[in-house]
Design a protein around this ligand. Structure first.
Ligand code: SF4
Length: 308
């Protein structure tokens, strides 16, 4: 193990000849383990000089913040590896009730104190990490196959497993035609019926509609009824065009970001799940119609919850 001191001062940096012996930077200690693992203790101004040394040779770094006083974190936004998308950095820090470490650091790395926001740092966490990493999602239930992901709440357009390696940033998700939205990622596996999933989402939004706008109030109800009859095996092929026509009346063009004919965005929250389902799983919709029944097993949820 090798230790190198990049900053030892408290409070504020103190440059000048009087500090030649130990340097004038605030706290930062580099610990290099025998296997090459790099651990950085505290991110005072000393971390700025350490950055160039690690930026091109280290793909994996750990930063341990002993506490969050300014002299222990003020170098973070000047640490070059944060701006290298190929570097994976894990920041560890003291816990605080009710507040994540990221939120507490964001109070410092944000305007007007900082020229950059914490969310602008290239994110390395992907949907694959979030869903399959044992420390995060822990994988798909029963080791089933991933079928589809709702990336940012029920109103966001669905994406397929081919996007597992997309990073969890607003920009990256917008780049594949969806949104990070509320940040509530919902993976669905191969045992999930896509008609039932869309029906349940539409049903939720229709229940939430305040009824002021006709496209939302009426369109939501029509979508719900048509999806329900397809799911029950009473659908007809023309229903697929009818669904898209209703979606188009709620959100003209059924594009992303959605156009709006309504007062608020609740109305346009309904078409994405229907349109994505029809685009990605048209054969599944047709199987319901052709076979006159849903080809999937009943919900595992108690009936009371499954109907919500
Ligand atoms: S779009 Fe908004 S304002 Fe219009 S009916 Fe729906 S919930 Fe009400």
């Amino acid at each position: 193990m090798r230790l190198k001191l990049w900053g030892v001062r408290g409070s504020i940096p103190v440059p000048g000849p009087g500090c030649d012996a130990y340097g004038g930077n605030t706290s930062c200690v580099q610990v290099t383990a025998g296997d090459g693992t790099e651990l950085i203790l505290d991110a005072g101004t000393g971390i700025r000089q350490l950055g160039p040394e690690l930026v091109s040779r280290c793909a994996n770094l750990h930063i341990l913040l002993t506490h969050l006083h300014l002299d222990h974190i003020q170098g973070l936004m000047f640490f070059a590896p944060f701006f290298n998308p190929a570097t994976e950095i894990t920041v560890w820090g003291p816990p605080a009730a009710g507040q994540k470490l990221r939120s507490r650091l964001a109070r410092y790395i944000s305007t007007p104190l900082s020229p950059i926001e914490i969310r602008e740092l290239p994110a390395k966490v992907t949907f694959r990490d979030l869903i399959f990493d044992p420390r995060l999602g822990g994988g798909i239930r029963d080791d089933n196959n991933l079928k589809v992901i709702i990336p940012g709440g029920a109103s966001s357009p669905w994406i397929g497993p081919e996007h597992l390696d997309v990073s969890l940033s607003n920009e990256a998700i917008a780049g594949i035609g969806s949104m990070a939205g509320s940040g509530s990622v919902i993976p669905m596996d191969h045992t999930t019926c896509m008609v039932r999933a869309a029906w349940r989402i539409v049903r939720f939004f229709h229940r939430e509609s305040c009824g002021q706008c006709t496209p939302c109030r009426e369109g939501g109800g029509w979508l719900e009824k048509v999806l329900e009859r397809i799911e029950a095996g009473r659908g007809r092929e023309a229903d697929l065009d009818l669904l898209m026509d209703i979606c188009d009346n709620i959100s003209p063009g059924v594009a992303w970001p959605p156009a709006q004919t309504t007062i608020c965005v609740l109305g346009p929250s309904m078409p994405p799940s229907v349109a994505a389902g029809l685009r990605m799983f048209r054969d599944e919709y047709l199987a319901h119609i052709r076979d006159g029944r849903c080809p999937f097993p009943p919900d595992r949820l108690p009936r009371r919850l499954a109907r919500v």
